[in-house]
Ligand binder design. Structure first.
Ligand code: ADP
Ligand code: MG
Length: 583
């Protein structure tokens, strides 16, 4: 963990070293001041030596100024190092997240990743600043003040030593309790974050199902948990304050009492007493600081662990050593493919699949939800890797290709598709950065997206809001198809991508595909039989296995599942969709 975090600190090594150096300088100056003060009283005021008072007063002023400067510099470098550290952490995490495969993404929740990138990094930033400024300063100051006290009067200094031991023990007990609460608190924070993220992003669904009250209650509970634990933890921490105060005052009383006696019996000078009182405050303050630093470090440990998990996560899908840079054609072969999302699960999601698809063929894929249609096609562009067997595209194992080359040639319109904030053109150019406006218009024509885009106030320059909220489901699907077409892929996969498009438009899109991109292998997953019945062949999936492969007529004759779906959707009327589904 230290090594992982250390890598992100390296850039700010100078700042990280300068901070404690300046803090030590500050401590030395702070320790000198009470000594100078004592000297003014002893040799100046008592002896009536004005010159000594001026000299020592001047020295005090200089020490105070140096201390001020050191403190300010320590603060400056500390802030530079810790904010730089946080920036590097965030960037490194973000960069690594970009390499994540689908399997990696499955492992972390979105809410979890966001919390790690924000709250956890902030925790680490604060902790690092605290460590740089206090970790060396506090113990150093404590020891040096203690040593100086022993130098002035060992008898009175031993009072501190006892006070430090007592207060130290009490603080340790308090902090242990506080830490327990704090670590629970972080778990509750996670729950709160997840509930917030999930519900705000699905706010529309919540409204549609009139679940607001339920969600408010759920949130109140999560928020209440955080409140309760936060209160307990803070109460514990606050408890240390009266203990601290009491110890300080008792010490002052004791020192004054013992000191007064010693002054009367001329064992101690008046100035020494004022020096010792100043050290008393100093020592106990630093002890308090030290305990805070410990709490802070423990609290940030959980964050550090979570940040390192993201930084050290290795992508499950890597580029091969000598990648093949060209996909010859759009043929696809599944050779004894078995696939599991989780290595340890008993039943595979795909079980011994064997398929041969020729380049340019149009393949329909049909099957109930959960029959592994999506899982099947996700293997083709290596969104996941097979568990056993192999998937071949253009005659080569997909694992031999350069990932970018493969994914450019195998274009997938995901079932859960997304648009990004930006204009329609920006979104389309995700498919091909250098696409001209004419290319974009042509792709949109094929996907039947041009008709609604042209009706929009700013046409192709209309802005899409975050998550594509200002276009309808069907419009979004058509834009996503156009985006995939712009890649000019050899294999085009549509995963239930026309489910929200009316049947007439659906038919028009299929017709455009057949005419405009005849050489492209097309895999069309659909729920509607009308979307796949004209395909060269149709794969019927059932429970992770290929139930049957054939064309519409063949399947209608021999496959029970196919016939059942067909009859359920058409009521046995064979003319269904001959005119694009309009009776
Ligand atoms: N990311 C995932 N992690 C674990 N299991 C998954 C994941 N995606 C799908 N599954 C499981 O795999 C099976 C097939 O899902 P899927 O391929 O999405 O089916 P379909 O697309 O036919 O509806 C389902 O049982 C589903 O629960
Ligand atoms: Mg699916």
């Amino acid at each position: 963990m230290l090594k992982t975090l250390g890598k992100q600190i390296k850039e700010f090594k100078r700042d990280s070293i300068l901070t404690p150096c300046f803090m030590i300088l500050e401590v030395i100056m702070e320790t000198l001041i009470p000594l100078l003060m004592g000297s003014i009283i002893n040799e100046g005021v008592e002896a009536g030596n004005m010159q000594h008072i001026y000299l020592m007063g001047g020295a005090m002023l200089v020490t105070a100024l140096v201390s001020l400067y050191a403190g300010a510099m320590g603060g400056k470098y500390g802030a530079r190092a810790s904010t730089g550290f946080a920036k590097n952490l965030r960037e490194a995490m973000y960069e690594n997240i970009q390499t994540f495969s689908f399997a990696n993404i499955d492992k972390f929740s979105t809410a979890g990743l966001v919390t790690r990138l924000t709250t956890d990094v902030s925790n680490l930033q604060n902790a690092y600043q605290m460590i740089l400024r206090m970790c060396i300063r506090a113990p150093f100051s404590l020891i040096i003040a203690m040593a100086a006290s022993f130098f002035v009067s060992p008898r009175i200094a031993s009072i501190y030593l006892i006070a430090v031991l007592i207060l130290g023990t009490v603080l340790i007990i308090i902090m242990r309790f506080a830490m327990k609460y704090f670590s629970h608190l972080f778990e509750k924070y996670d729950a709160l974050n997840e509930s917030t993220q999930e519900n705000i992003s699905a706010a529309r669904v919540v409204k549609a199902y009139v679940r607001e009250d339920y969600e408010i209650d759920k949130f109140k509970k999560a928020s209440g948990d955080v409140h309760d634990l936060g209160l307990k933890a803070e109460k514990m921490v606050i408890l240390s304050s009266p203990f601290m105060q009491a110890t300080v005052y008792i010490c002052i009383l004791l020192i004054s009492w013992v000191g007064a006696h010693m002054i009367v019996s001329e064992e101690l000078q008046v100035g020494d007493l004022s020096t010792l009182l100043a050290y008393c405050m100093n020592i106990l303050m630093n002890l308090m600081m030290l305990s805070m630093v410990f709490v802070m470090i423990t609290m940030s440990m959980a964050s550090a662990k979570r940040v390192c998990e993201v930084l050290n996560e290795e992508t499950t899908i890597k580029n091969p050593e000598n990648p093949v840079m060209e996909v010859k054609d759009g043929s696809i072969v599944f050779d004894h493919v078995t696939f599991r999302y989780n290595e340890n699960s008993e039943t595979p999601v795909l079980d011994d699949i064997n398929l041969k698809i020729a380049s340019g063929e149009t393949i329909g894929i049909l099957g109930g939800t959960g029959s592994s249609k999506t899982s099947l096609v996700n293997l083709i562009s290596r969104l996941y890797d097979v568990s056993q067997g192999s998937v071949l595209v253009g005659g080569r194992d997909v694992r031999d290709y350069d990932l970018e080359v493969l994914r450019n040639q195998v274009s997938v319109v995901l079932q859960k598709n997304e648009l990004f904030s930006g204009t329609i053109l920006d979104n389309l150019r995700w498919g091909d950065e250098s696409a001209s406006e004419e290319d974009c218009v042509r792709a949109c024509k094929m996907a039947c997206a041009d008709e609604f885009i042209e009706k929009m106030p700013e046409g192709y320059n209309t802005r899409i809001e975050q998550g594509g909220t200002n276009v309808s489901g069907g419009q979004k699907q058509r834009l996503c198809i156009a985006r995939a077409l712009l890649k000019k892929p050899k294999v085009l996969i549509l995963d239930d991508s026309t489910s929200a498009v009316d049947t007439a438009t659906d038919a028009k899109i299929r017709k455009a595909f057949a005419e405009e991109i005849p050489g492209t292998t097309k895999l069309i997953i659909a729920q509607r039989i009308s979307s796949v019945m004209h395909a060269d062949r149709i794969i019927v999936m059932n429970d992770g296995k290929v139930d049957d492969v054939g064309n519409h007529e063949e399947l209608l004759g021999r496959n029970a599942i196919y016939r059942e779906i067909y009859e359920a959707q058409t009521g046995g009327n064979r003319d269904f969709d001959e005119n694009g589904g309009e009776h």
